[in-house]
Design a binder for this molecule. Sequence first.
Ligand SMILES: C[S@@+](CC[C@H](N)C(=O)[O-])C[C@H]1O[C@@H](n2cnc3c(N)ncnc32)[C@H](O)[C@@H]1O
Length: 450
Amino acid sequence: MYATNTRDSGIHVVTRDGKIVFTESVKEFLKDKKIDSLKELGDGSVAVECSRSIFILKPQMLSMRKNVYDTIKRLKKNLRSDPTDLELYSKLAKRYMENDPISEEPYQLYLSGLEAAAKSSNFYQARRFYEKARQIKPTCSEPCQLFLSYVKITPYKQLMRRIHLDLFALTKVANDLPNDLKSRRCKTRLLIGEGDFSFTSSLIDKHEVTHPNLRKAIIATDLKATHLQKLSKDQDKKKKVLEKRIVDLKQCGVNVLFGVDAKEIHQTFKGRRFKRIQWNCPFGESTSTARKEFTDTIPKFFQSCSRLQLPNDRVHITLMQKSDEYWKERQIENRIVHGSATAGYRLIRKRSFGTPDKKRYPNYTHVKTNTTKPYNAGGEENEFIFEKTDTVLPVDSYRKSCKLMDSHKKIYAIKSNNATRKPPLEECYFECSTDEDSSDYYESDSGEEL
Ligand SMILES: C[S@@+](CC[C@H](N)C(=O)[O-])C[C@H]1O[C@@H](n2cnc3c(N)ncnc32)[C@H](O)[C@@H]1O
């Protein structure tokens, strides 16, 4: 229940955008009586206190099939015990959409979830509701305004900046951006195995207006210099594009380096700290021996990262996940569970990096190792984001750690196809939902030097 409008006297439930979803005109029992209070109950009914009596008015969704209506009623009841449970909201939203594909209800539901989560100071969850609402109405600034109204009274400055940036992207009103933003430094990023460097370039382009200093904060690397290699004739043109891209990146302030081995970065960059280290689609050579050898690479990479990072710094790894069961196989081949656990990293997010129809970085092309050839297998790429913790947990307790750690962070399960009771972490994969949020490239508010 959000507001009333100028209708005749009676009880009207009006959504935020002024749509009347329930109306009860003045009836005999209410005639000439003063309404003392109105209260929305958890199941959507309205309690009306009047002349020392309470009336419960229950909106009926007449056009809805009985079984859909019953499911919705049951889900709403479950929501009462946890009004911030995103999964329940998503199930509810699905039911509403099945009944009416253009229903406004899912959007309103996610806004309510946002408010419920923000009121209980669960800003991780509130952000997920926020992203869901934005996905439904990508051009609407209401989720930004609503989320901002809660975040601005908290110490979460980075989150506030993020929402301001989202708002600016919609309105292009400079006042929507905090004053000092453009001159801010960005977090130092080390990009590994960049291949054709289209990710580096796309990342900079995407944030050009809001993060002009991002380019200077990036060191983009690869093990081999593909642009110096002899490629087949049909790749000549692409090689020229790659050469030009590298020159452009260097000219705009990116530090581009070759011969950087992911397993040795603690030596290459000894004494430096990188708050963000990212490797998209790690892969070595295609021979079976090389693939077998590569299984050690990610665990060694994590170990190497941990010597350049402090607690709360992050490692991003993007993996081609395709569909069916391939996503598990790819995680196991890359040993992200084993690598992160043994180096003291915890998974904090998994988010969509790109599908054939929707790319997070529009000009990025995922290329095969040592080539400029796109990897055309289609499917979905997911970005796994790990945060360095201050303890390396004993391997056995790692499986349970997802339950023990901060409930404001991502919940995931560690699973295996191996049916034994305690399968080795090398054979495990993460199972968890995919988030839709975006990164924060700005340096933290503490002004701490790198
Ligand atoms: C499948 S390609 C992906 C390229 C690019 N990141 C992308 O997403 O299209 C894998 C990349 O990892 C690089 N690579 C393989 N082993 C590496 C290692 N030990 N250290 C650094 N880079 C490595 C390869 O040179 C190649 O560019």
